[in-house]
Design a protein around this ligand. Structure first.
Ligand code: TYD
Length: 210
């Protein structure tokens, strides 16, 4: 089974990925966890280029294609082989991130971004996607508690806590909400609930669809 987690930066999905991994392993399931961008030696190198703040001149088109390249490698090297071996494959972000961030957030052409994802992921379509939804104010609130140095290129562009940044995250969130309406595989969860409440919703949902 292929499960992906999505949401705005600081929505708490990485914590939930870890909790789900532990839960499935306790049930003696074979589980592999990956993160995007990254997850293979080649994809981790692309991740460095994408997230390093030194690359602040990166164009939106370049960004889209690098995410796609990283993802293509991950699909063919890891995701498809492990799905064939009947593993639970859990990914911290996947193609919905490109639709939300690059198409909606960066204003790249939606139809093209969707077609590109189809080319990149082929049959590796997630069975379930958990979208952990938090309001944009909460992103900025959580971001302000992190040391600036720890933020990556995408989190720092547009610069600072500006109106442009709020608008960027509003567009990304609208992208996710657009996807939620169209894709029945996406389960939206209120990200303001406690860590434990969110984990329980995820477990219950998984048990109900098995
Ligand atoms: P990372 O630190 O891995 O994510 P998170 O903040 O979720 O822990 O950084 C990933 C950044 O890349 C994040 O800001 C979202 C962005 N991103 C895209 O813009 N498009 C994509 O396709 C993916 C996978 C990520």
């Amino acid at each position: 089974m292929f499960i992906t987690f999505e949401g705005l930066d600081f929505c708490g999905k990485s914590t939930q990925v870890k909790l789900l991994e532990n839960y499935l392993k306790e049930k003696n399931k074979n589980v592999i966890v990956i993160r995007e961008p990254g997850g293979t030696a080649i994809s981790e190198q692309i991740r460095k280029i994408l997230l390093d703040r030194i690359n602040d001149s990166m164009k939106n088109e370049t960004e889209l294609l690098l995410f796609a390249a990283s993802r293509a490698q991950l699909v063919h090297e890891i995701i498809l082989p492990y799905l064939q071996k009947k593993y639970y494959v859990i990914s911290d972000r996947f193609h919905d991130s490109s639709i939300a961030y690059q198409a909606f957030g960066r204003n790249l052409q939606l139809e093209f971004v969707i077609q590109l994802q189809k080319f990149v992921i082929g049959n590796a379509i997630p069975d379930i996607t958990f979208f952990i939804d938090i309001p944009v104010e909460e992103v900025l609130n959580r971001m302000s508690k992190v040391k600036n140095i720890e933020l990556d290129r995408i989190e720092t562009s547009p610069d600072g806590i500006t109106l442009r940044k709020i608008q960027f995250y509003e567009r990304v969130r609208n992208g996710y909400l657009y996807l939620c309406e169209r894709e029945s595989r996406i389960k939206k969860i209120d990200g303001l609930l406690s860590i434990e409440e969110i984990h329980n919703i995820i477990i219950k949902y998984l048990e109900s669809v098995k």
